[in-house]
Design a protein around this ligand. Structure first.
Ligand code: NAD
Length: 245
């Protein structure tokens, strides 16, 4: 179906980066889709360590709404196709997501590198505290209810990589980018670093690079092929072809 795939070796190693766009058809809006605004605040000014230090209640209200918005969402055919691909090619797939929602896991994916963290987890806000992130599906609307670390008593924060923070699992991601034969990027604008440079790193290491989404990404020039269309329609046939190689 996609002539670019003819150049791949048999049993290729596949790196997938998914972005907010893959969950758009499940009803979770992208930040760009809401013009980057939440109640008149720029999202970049709510999702930062400085915002949490200044006004933790405001930040927790923002993430409480995100939790409520994601709680009952179902994965769409794009998430399900990735889960099927993992079943079929196992360790040859490395799935990395910028998304904090749990839709890949709800679709059945078992190994997902959540580089920007997970919406339904919290952790201590004190970087010196050694307590681990924990599952937290609660929402918080009042200052006196804000969650605290069970170990040290400091405020707990969402387990999210905020603007200005270092993403999670970067070592494993860099290794997978160097090892892959094809790097498939789905539903991300290609402007948020470091994810925006993953495709060029993979290309420099010899991989075929493909983008899937309704619009050209900001880094379109690094892709050998661009498949224009919503992920739920465009991704499943592409993954089917990859699984058969
Ligand atoms: P972004 O920069 O990745 O932009 C969204 C992209 O999705 C756009 O390029 C758009 O063309 C594409 N898109 C829209 N509909 C699509 C569809 N049906 N199929 C495929 N692609 C589609 O993302 P953002 O919204 O600016 O978010 C920035 C960061 O905020 C993310 O990296 C993530 O960490 C976080 N975020 C997460 C979620 C989530 O977990 N679902 C949602 C919003 C934001």
């Amino acid at each position: 179906m996609n002539p670019a795939l003819d150049s791949l070796p048999a049993r290729p190693r596949v790196f997938v980066l998914s972005g907010a766009g893959i969950s758009a058809e499940s009803g979770i809006p992208t930040f760009r889709g809401v013009d980057g605004l939440w109640r008149g605040h720029r999202i970049e000014s709510v999702a930062t360590p400085e915002a949490f230090a200044r006004d933790p209640l405001l930040v927790w209200r923002f993430y409480s709404e995100r939790r409520d918005g994601a709680r009952d969402r179902e994965p769409n055919p794009a998430h399900r196709a990735l889960a099927r691909l993992e079943e079929r090619i196992g360790e040859r797939l490395f799935l990395c997501t910028q998304n904090v929602d749990p839709l890949h896991e709800r679709a059945g994916s078992r190994r997902v590198a959540h580089m920007h963290g997970q919406l339904f987890e919290s952790r201590c806000s004190d970087p010196g505290c050694t307590s681990a992130p924990y599952i937290d599906e609660a929402t918080y609307a009042h200052r006196e209810d804000l969650p605290r670390c069970a170990a040290c008593g400091a405020l707990a924060r969402p387990h999210i990589c905020w603007f200005g923070e270092v993403p999670f699992e970067l070592d494993a991601i860099v290794n997978a980018l160097e090892a892959c034969d094809v790097c498939l990027v789905v539903g991300t604008s290609g402007v948020v670093q470091p994810a925006a440079s993953f495709a060029s790193s993979a290309a420099a290491a010899g991989a075929l690079t493909i983008y899937v989404g309704p619009e050209e990404p900001g880094n379109a020039d690094v892709f050998a092929a661009i498949v224009r269309g919503p992920a739920a329609q465009a991704l499943p046939p592409l993954l089917e072809t990859l699984a058969e190689r």
